[in-house]
Write a protein that binds this ligand. Structure first.
Ligand SMILES: [Zn+2]
Length: 143
């Protein structure tokens, strides 16, 4: 009965909500002493695990790492190798998409992920990674 009722809702939507909440929570851990621009990310692995990340800034600036890459590297170090979606949350009205470096890393390890953008109130955008990185450089070119 419960299953039947659940089928009236999009399971993806329920999952989106969990992922967005996880990214918002991760954002609170951001170490953004210099930019004060806090970002949270939540990556959904193929087994349903959620791995989060936040941006971590550094006094050299150049060693700063974005939330998306923190999430991906955490997930890889935990043994995950397949992924479905990533959520990126920032406190902006306009969508905050992954930067170029993050697009490359997400593509390399996650493939054509669904990329969901949100702020503290609502979703602000939804894309395929292949739309954000239309002509990627990747391992196929090294063969
Ligand atoms: Zn980035």
């Amino acid at each position: 009965m419960f299953e039947a009722r659940l089928s009236h809702f999009s399971r993806a939507s329920l999952g989106d909500s969990d992922l967005i909440k996880a990214a918002r929570a991760a954002r609170l851990n951001a170490h953004a002493e210099f930019s004060h621009f806090k970002v949270g990310a939540a990556l959904e692995a193929a087994d349903g695990s959620i791995v989060t990340g936040c941006n971590v800034e550094n006094a050299t600036y150049g060693l700063t790492i974005c939330a998306e890459r923190v999430a991906m590297f955490k997930a890889l170090s935990d043994g995950h190798r397949q992924f479905r979606r990533v959520v990126v949350v920032a406190d902006t009205e306009a969508p905050t998409p992954p930067c170029g470096a993050c697009r490359q890393i997400l593509w390399e390890f996650g493939g054509d992920l669904e990329v969901i953008l949100a702020n503290l109130e609502h979703e602000t955008g939804r894309h395929r990674l292949s739309d954000l990185l239309p002509l990627p450089f990747d391992a196929r070119l090294l063969k």
